[in-house]
Design a protein around this ligand. Structure first.
Ligand code: RP5
Length: 164
């Protein structure tokens, strides 16, 4: 059975962006659990969630956080599940602070970091990780990519007609 994906966000203010990840997982029919959980405001809850995530049936954890974004790193410290960080553009620094905080993990505890506000790609990466041991899911991802390719080819054909 396909494992679940956990989506954690540091604040409810992250939700509008995080919805992109929630919806992408829904489109692929993969179950997710979504929580507001902060490394600094709810440190005990975050630690407990990460520690038990594997035994609770999760296969990947996505963490969205802004500013001094340490949620993904802290969660990764408490689990061997793959952790994907979404740096949020929620600050006066336009998310560059969160990007660096998330991507610059010291060696030993990795966090796979997507683009600032890159919620859809975080979900797609989580799906690819789960697809390593799930052929049906791998086929769905491949089909999505084929459709994407065909759409771009169609757009290019339309452009060529317009320009000719
Ligand atoms: C982070 O601080 C959250 O992930 C959010 O992106 C940012 C601002 O949080 P709020 O002040 O809006 O709750 O912890």
């Amino acid at each position: 059975m396909t494992k679940k994906v956990a989506i954690l966000m540091g604040s409810d203010s992250d939700l509008p962006v995080v919805k992109g990840a929630i919806n992408t997982l829904k489109e692929f029919g993969v179950a997710s659990q979504v929580h507001i959980m902060s490394a600094h405001r709810t440190p005990n809850q975050a630690c407990e969630f990460a520690t038990n995530a594997k035994s609770n049936g999760f296969g990947v954890i996505i963490c969205a956080a802004g500013k001094a974004a340490h949620l993904a790193g802290v969660i990764a410290a408490h689990t061997i599940l793959p952790v994907i960080g979404i740096p949020m553009k929620s600050s006066t620094l336009d998310g560059l602070d969160a990007l660096l905080s998330t991507v610059q993990m010291p060696k030993g505890i990795p966090v796979a970091t997507v683009a600032i506000d890159g919620a859809e790609n975080a979900a797609l990466l989580a799906l690819s990780i789960l697809a390593v041991s799930d052929e049906d899911l791998a086929t769905k991802i491949q089909n999505m990519r084929t459709n994407m390719t065909n759409e771009v080819i169609k757009k290019d054909e339309k452009l060529q007609l317009e320009l000719s």
